[in-house]
Every structure is written in C-alpha cells, then in structure tokens.
Design a protein around this ligand. Structure first.
Ligand code: NAD
Length: 493
C-alpha cells in the first residue's frame, strides 16, 4: 500500500476528492509541503452522515462477536503496516519515530482491546411488580457518532474514537485535524482492506469551521465525541445544544507535578522530564507545572535542568532524537508568545530556550526547552496550558500548599505526585480535584482506565468500560408473558 496516496477521503465506502479542492500538508521538521489532502465541503460532511446513518442498522444487527472479527482484522492490519504509518505520523506531526511507533502500537491495541468487549456488553433483567412479567434493561448502540480529533496523536486518536464506536454497534464519521489528516486517511485504507461494510466508518478531512461545524450542528447525529482545545470544545457544545445531541469532550490540561521532600529524586526527575518534553510538550496529560518541596527544590531543579539540557533535539526520523519540532508555525509562535509574557512578568529563566541558531533541519518549527523559576501560583504561566517545551517550577513549603496550588486551576485532567509517604498519597487521592492522578509514575493512560477531566478539561471521557458507556444507551423493555392483561399495581403519576 502506498503511504503517499492521500488524495481522497473515504465516504460511504467510496474514495472521494474534496469538493473544496486540497489543502497542503506540511512536514514540521522542514516547514515544507509534502502532500495535499482533500478539502471536504460541508455538503460532503452531510453526505458522510447520511452514509453512516444508512449503514448503521445492518452493522448493529451483526453480533458483537462478528463486529469484533472486523476489529481484530483492523488491529492486525495496523500492526502489519506499523512502520509506514509511524513514519507518516512523524512526517505530518513531527514527534520522534520512537514515540510514533508507540503511538501506532496504541492505535492497534485500541481495536484489540475494544474487540474483547464483544461478549461483555450486557444488560439487566429485573423482576416486575406484576406476576408473569419481566423488565429488561438493554444496552444498545447510540446510532451515528461524530468523532473530531486534534493533531497531537493523529493515529492513536482515530482508534480511540472508532474502536469503541464500532464494538457498540455504531457507525462513525471521523474528522481529523486539518494539519494532520494523513494518518487517518491511511488508516481508512486499512479499514477498507479489513472489509468493513460501506459507511460504517467515514473519514472526512477539512476545516473545523466548515466540515466540523456541519457535523456538529447536524440534527441526525446521536453523539459528538471531540478531543481538542477548550475554545473549540465550547463551540461544539453550543453547536450541538439546539439539537440536544449528547457531547463528550476531552479538552486541555494543566497537570501539576508535585515532588515532596521524601520523593525518589531520580524517579521524579526522569519522570518530570519525560512527561514535559515527550511529543515536544504537546500531550494533554503533560507535566505543565512543577510544585517542589523547598527542602529538595535546589537539588531537584539542578538535576531537572541538567537532564533537560541532555535531551537531543533532532530530526524526528532518527532513533537518537528525544525532541522533535513543534507541530506548526502557529503553535511555535503561540508558545513563544507565552514564554515572552512569562519572562516579562518577572519569572527567572533557569534554562532559557527558544529557536536554535543551528536547527537540526533547516526550515522546521524548532524550539529548545525552557525552565522557569521565580513563579507564583496566580501567574498566567501557572494557569494557562502551554503545550510546548516550556515548564515553570514553584517552590512549596509543604504538602498542604502543594495541594492547594495544584487544585487552583480551571483545568482538571491529570495530576502527578512523587512521595513515599502513604498517608500523603491517600490524602492526595482523596483531595485532588482532577480526573486522573498518577502516583510515583507518569502516563500514558491505560486502555482499561478512564481518561476523564474535570472543569474546563471537559465533560466526558474515553477508554475502558466507562469510556465505552458513552457509545451505548439503554433501552428498558417491559414484557408480559403471562397471557393475561396486565393490571397496573400502582396508579401512574
Ligand atoms: P483544536 O480545538 O484546535 O482542534 C480540534 C479539532 O476540532 C480539529 O479537528 C478541528 O478541525 C476541530 N474544530 C475546530 N473548530 C471546529 C468547529 N467550529 N466545529 C467543529 N470542529 C472544529 O485543538 P488542537 O489544537 O488540535 O489540539 C490541542 C488541544 O487538544 C490541546 O488543548 C490539548 O490539551 C487537547 N487535547 C486533549 C486531549 C484529551 O484527551 N483531553 C488529548 C489530546 C489533545
């Protein structure tokens, strides 16, 4: 299969050109256009919903085990094509190849994991108030799902939305981010090769403002599940509201990473570095602000800065690279503006990064890491998501202050705690107001966990049995098998 054949979208089992032409796709390592992806029109988005609607009843009539067979085939095909897909992820998104291989492994695992639910989607049987009757509560598909994803994991996030939708008996229209459409189009070829019936999965590429808006304002959609930024999440929730379409949102984060005085510092430093700089800091659960006990602050900072300096900025196709480029010029400039504002507000650079004088590859969106001290909890750098290789570190006097600062955030996705004191661990687990807490470790999230955020990190969640629940709804069935007329036992309200 040619990984450079991205000229068309997969709608209703057909490959279609974009009615709005094409959009250039840029390699963030070089700043050069290396492909063109179809640009869908709003009408094509609606056509994809019609295709998904038409395909859904037959897909839902298959047994979950039959649906699971397709999903195991897809997982196998992703594994068979792992290397070209990983290289495509690198070319369109810029993460190091070693990370991209991990992402593609995850993309396959989502299909295997959710296929395993084939025999586990079950209902309940309840006794009725009348003799000769039963009440069943069934779990049934929601119907047609719209999935909208960002650019930071262009392969894994396709699977995170598509796999649970399929096992539940739904069909789906998926829109990747306009800057990273190629991995999704490549995966569409694998879905086709797996023999997925026409219309069960539809991939439309194009602008959020037109294609995304057409999908999320549609009346005949049964669930919108979106991963992305807070402003877009708010827009989507408002767009779906007039139609009362349920919305699940996985939005930004501002994860605190707390290091107490009794922490294993080797573990804490290595974890903090990886969690900040993987994928060039572009992960929703990234370490976004560090809160370090005053007794170990100096030692931690010295070692963190040293380890950060040792990161190898380089061509993301090389196995030796730790840090690739930012995904786009816009994102690079956004993080530069955040850094400039932080420096203006009086923070102290403990390590000052920026655009390198001699970038590893000319023309790319390169940024070396920055570590900022002298911060206070109310500063923008401690409150707003950075999503890049810049990290503030704050000295705290103890556990209580660390918890208070950690919880003082409009985000509530993930939090990290490094300590060996089990009383503090239990206290933090009880008091932390975040959807995920990692104790003496960092991510990634587990497939069987529940990836969910509080506050502006968005209502909703993905993964595991609880993530699967969003793709199912319940149907209550009252069955009278007695052969006589049912007599209401209680007056109805
Ligand atoms: P974004 O909000 O700019 O884009 C996300 C998607 O929404 C894209 O496909 C875009 O085309 C689409 N979109 C834009 N406007 C739309 C509209 N009006 N209607 C419908 N769709 C529209 O986000 P991004 O910059 O791609 O991603 C970065 C953000 O994603 C960060 O904030 C990050 O924290 C977050 N993120 C969250 C998670 C999570 O699981 N919580 C995971 C990854 C990324």
């Amino acid at each position: 299969m040619q990984s450079d054949d991205h000229s068309s979208m997969w709608i209703g089992g057909h490959w279609e050109q974009g009615a709005e032409g094409t959009r250039p796709v840029i390699n963030p390592a070089t700043g050069e256009v290396f492909a063109h992806a179809p640009e869908a029109s709003a009408a094509q988005a609606l056509q994809a919903i019609d295709a998904a609607r038409a395909a859904q009843p037959a897909w839902a009539r298959l047994s979950p085990l039959q649906r699971g067979v397709y999903m195991h085939k897809i997982a196998g095909l992703i594994r068979d094509h792992a290397e070209p897909l990983a290289r495509l992820v690198v070319r369109e998104q810029g993460k190091p190849i070693t990370e991209a291989r991990g992402e593609v492994g995850g993309a396959a695992e989502f299909f295997t994991y959710f296929a395993e639910f084939a025999r586990r989607i079950q209902g309940e049987i309840l006794p009725s108030d009348a003799p000769g009757e039963q009440i069943w509560i069934q779990r049934v598909p929601v119907g047609v799902v719209v999935g909208i994803i960002p650019w930071n994991y262009p392969a894994a996030l396709v699977s995170r939305k598509v796999a649970p939708a399929l096992i539940a008996g739904n069909t789906i229209v998926l829109k990747p981010h306009e800057e990273t459409p190629l991995s999704a189009l490549y995966m569409a070829r694998l879905f086709e090769q797996a023999g997925l019936p026409a219309g069960v999965v539809n991939i439309v590429t194009g602008a959020g403002g037109t294609v995304g808006a057409a999908l999320t304002t549609h009346q005949q959609v049964d669930l919108v599940t979106m991963t992305g930024s807070v402003p877009t999440g708010k827009r989507i929730m408002a767009a779906a509201a007039p139609n009362l379409v349920p919305v699940s949102l996985e939005l930004g984060g501002k994860a605190p990473l707390i290091v107490m005085e009794d922490a294993d510092l080797d573990l804490a430093v290595a974890s903090a570095v990886t969690s900040r700089f993987m994928n060039c800091g572009q992960v929703c659960i990234c370490n976004e602000r560090m809160l370090v006990h005053e007794k170990v602050y100096d030692a931690f900072v010295a070692r963190f800065v040293q380890a950060t300096k040792a990161l190898r900025l380089g061509d993301p196709m090389l196995e030796t690279t730790d840090l690739g480029p930012k995904v786009s010029r816009v994102e690079l400039e956004k993080v530069e503006a955040i850094l400039a504002a932080a420096l203006n507000s009086g923070t102290e650079p403990l390590l000052l990064g920026g655009r390198p004088d001699t970038p590893p590859v000319a023309g790319g969106y390169w940024m070396t890491p920055t570590v900022l001290g002298g911060v206070t909890a109310d500063m923008a750098i401690m409150q707003d998501e950075i999503f890049g290789p810049v990290i503030p570190v704050m000295k705290v006097s103890g556990f209580d202050e660390a918890m208070a600062v950690a919880n003082d955030s409009r985000y509530g996705l993930s939090a990290y705690l490094f300590t060996q004191d089990y009383r503090r661990i239990m206290q933090a687990v009880a008091d932390i107001r975040f959807g995920e807490i990692y104790v003496n470790r960092i991510g990634p999230e587990a497939l069987q966990g529940y990836h969910t955020g509080y506050r502006n990190s968005g209502p909703g969640g993905d993964d595991g049995i609880h993530g699967l629940e969003s793709y199912l709804r319940k149907k209550t069935v009252y069955v009278n098998w007695s052969g006589s007329s049912p007599v209401p036992l209680m007056p109805y309200i």
